[in-house]
Ligand binder design. Structure first.
Ligand SMILES: Nc1ncnc2c1ncn2[C@@H]1O[C@H](COP(=O)(O)OP(=O)(O)OP(=O)(O)O)[C@@H](O)[C@H]1O
Length: 573
């Protein structure tokens, strides 16, 4: 049994607990942060947007405002309102109906009015325009709630339900080594430069890229109170693609294409605006659920265990498969703007020649293509392309692009899929697919299944709908297998993605460093060889140190996540 494969599959007996234990500590996550847009620019950017003229829609406060926090007076920033039903052609469930299955709660409007004192979350006290209904997710420094805009509000005209990401301010403004409680655990803080600037940068970028792409989770509103930031977004009822991979073990080529294409459209939109996402992973892909249609005849791969492999169901081109309909990219916390769309000038840089700028932009964007490659590889076989339980070896493998199409799991996967993956996981960024090449890849643009009339949406018939409802209930229960979602294998897969993305970002920075990177053309050519050698040795040492620091933090993050997930699992009745 191959060790790597074993690590990522459930029901295979291996000691993954021990592997996870090697990366334990009690220091919280430190994101790799590059605040590129200063608060003033953010404010200017946000100010130009269509903000409904209400008394509450005031500008994000300046740094000086921050020193005198506003008590219970959230600032607000609405996005242009997009229609909630933009993917009605894909989703066979109404969003309310889907929510019922995803979160098991009634969507009755009375939900808001009936909330007793017990239902009140502490974050609610400083939020007046939205009602927090239930917690649906958790990030390293945030909680995400399903919420409802207050009746008669402008947002309520477009959205019945929203997702509200809440970041507690004191978590982001700590001195080094100060103790802080994050989601119930005490942690020693590390040196976080990401404070309000980071949050505002995320908000500004998210707001900027939201319009015009249905494969990006829509930004709706931003509020800031004395203790919290509230980022209000479109609610995606299905949850993370990550969970679907873990539950189904791997996805069919058609379903992988379906997700890959939508991810590709999101990235094309971002890149056309000069924005690089830099954190593409299955956890950041959310989806709206569709009807599950069981396969009339199950097909298994040689490597499947027919007793445990869950049915992915029938795939319908243009609609989806499994429960997965529309897929949207989320989490702009690590995104970076390379150039502004109107000017095409790079952000924060001057003095580059045009060709270098173009090369640098292209290079920077290639980091997302690498991310797409990792996601597609993982969806096709169920484990990530790069893995090793020793972080230094893992980093080496990623930097060198050392991955294989492991037997027997890749035996039945088409050559077209392998070709597409290898074009994305190409070490040389200049040879790596760009987004247009990816979207035109021959494998991506064909389907194995042929659409037939009977596969088209017939769910308008209420009789059929009722029988489907029952089936969905049964299936939904199966999908809620938390043991699988929080298993060591699933945690290891999350970690592998985090590390892979961090290494890719570091490689990107390295490439853009003068002398070694693409910007070398701009470097002073008169510098002597000796000076360059000394400089390079220093750079190498710095990079090594930086990588070690980042890897160290990633190790710590993992333990935080492991503990938090265990805690979450225990709290599930
Ligand atoms: N719009 C949304 N609709 C539905 N669920 C969401 C939405 N946004 C976030 N979530 C859920 O909340 C989780 C955490 O959100 P998010 O990734 O934005 O937080 P984060 O603090 O950036 O996380 P991290 O930094 O750990 O990656 C997501 O993985 C997802 O399960």
């Amino acid at each position: 049994m191959n060790k790597i494969k074993a690590l990522f599959h459930k029901n295979k007996k291996i000691d993954t607990e021990q592997k996870i234990e090697t990366i334990t500590s009690n220091v919280p996550d430190t994101r790799i942060v590059e605040p590129e847009i200063v608060p003033l620019q953010i404010s200017a950017e946000l100010e130009t947007q269509d903000i409904p003229p209400t008394s509450e829609n005031i500008m994000i406060p300046s740094q000086s405002d921050l020193k005198q926090p506003i008590q219970n007076s959230p600032t607000s920033l609405h996005s242009s309102m997009d229609n909630d039903d933009d993917d009605s052609n894909l989703s066979l469930l109404s969003s309310d109906f889907a929510s019922e299955y995803s979160y098991g709660l009634s969507q009755d409007e009375s939900e808001i009015n009936n909330l007793s004192e017990d239902n009140l979350f502490s974050e609610q006290l400083e939020l007046s325009d939205y009602k927090l209904i239930e917690k649906i997710g958790e990030g390293a420094f945030s909680k995400v709630y399903r919420g409802k805009p207050l009746e008669n509000s402008i947002v309520a005209q477009n959205y019945k339900n929203v997702a509200i990401k809440i970041i507690k301010k004191d978590i982001l403004t700590l001195e080094d080594n100060e103790l802080v409680e994050i989601n119930g655990e005490k942690h020693k803080s590390s040196n976080r430069t990401s404070t309000r600037e980071q949050v505002l940068k995320e908000v500004a970028l998210h707001k900027q890229v939201s319009p015009g792409c249905k494969n990006i989770v829509q930004f709706i509103d931003f509020k800031e109170s004395s203790s919290y930031y509230y980022i209000i977004q479109e609610l995606l009822n299905g949850g993370e693609i990550f969970n679907e991979i873990v539950k189904l073990t791997y996805l069919s080529e058609d379903l992988t294409r379906h997700i890959g294409k939508q991810l590709g459209h999101a990235i094309k939109h971002l890149h056309s605006m000069g924005v690089v996402h830099r954190d593409i992973k299955p956890e950041n892909l959310l989806f709206n659920p569709i009807d599950f249609i069981p396969s009339p005849q199950r097909k298994f791969r040689k490597s499947d265990d027919p007793n445990t492999k869950m049915d992915e169901g029938v795939f319908r081109p243009g609609i989806g498969g499994g429960r997965i309909g529309t897929v949207k990219l989320a989490d702009f916390g690590l995104s970076k703007q390379i150039f502004q769309t109107n000017t095409k000038t790079p952000c924060g840089t001057v003095g580059y020649t045009a060709s270098e700028v173009v090369k640098d932009e292209k290079y920077s964007m290639k980091v997302d293509m690498w991310g797409i490659g990792c996601v597609i590889y993982t969806m096709l076989c169920g484990f990530p392309p790069f893995y090793d339980d020793k972080i230094n070896i893992l980093t080496e493998k990623i930097s060198r692009g050392e991955y294989t199409f492991l037997q027997p799991w890749w035996d039945e996967i088409s050559d077209g899929a392998k070709n597409c993956v290898s074009k994305l996981l190409e070490v040389d960024p200049l040879k790596r697919y760009d987004i247009d090449e990816f979207l035109n890849d021959p494998w991506l643009t064909t389907y194995d299944c042929v659409p037939s009339n009977k596969d088209k949406d017939t769910s308008s018939s209420s009789k059929k709908r009722k029988t489907k409802q029952h089936r969905r209930r049964v299936l939904f229960n199966q999908f809620m297998d938390n043991d699988v979602l929080y298993s060591p294998a699933a945690v290891a897969m999350r970690d592998a993605f985090d590390i892979s993305n961090a290494v890719a970002r570091i490689e990107e920075e390295k490439m853009l460093t003068p002398v070694y990177g693409l910007s070398s053309l701009a470097e002073d050519e008169t510098a002597s060889f000796d000076e360059e050698q000394i400089k390079e040795e220093k750079r190498q040492q710095d990079r090594q140190q930086e990588l070690e620091n980042k890897m160290f933090h990633l190790k710590l993050d993992s333990s935080t996540i492991v503990k938090r997930r265990k805690q979450k699992l225990n709290s599930i009745p």
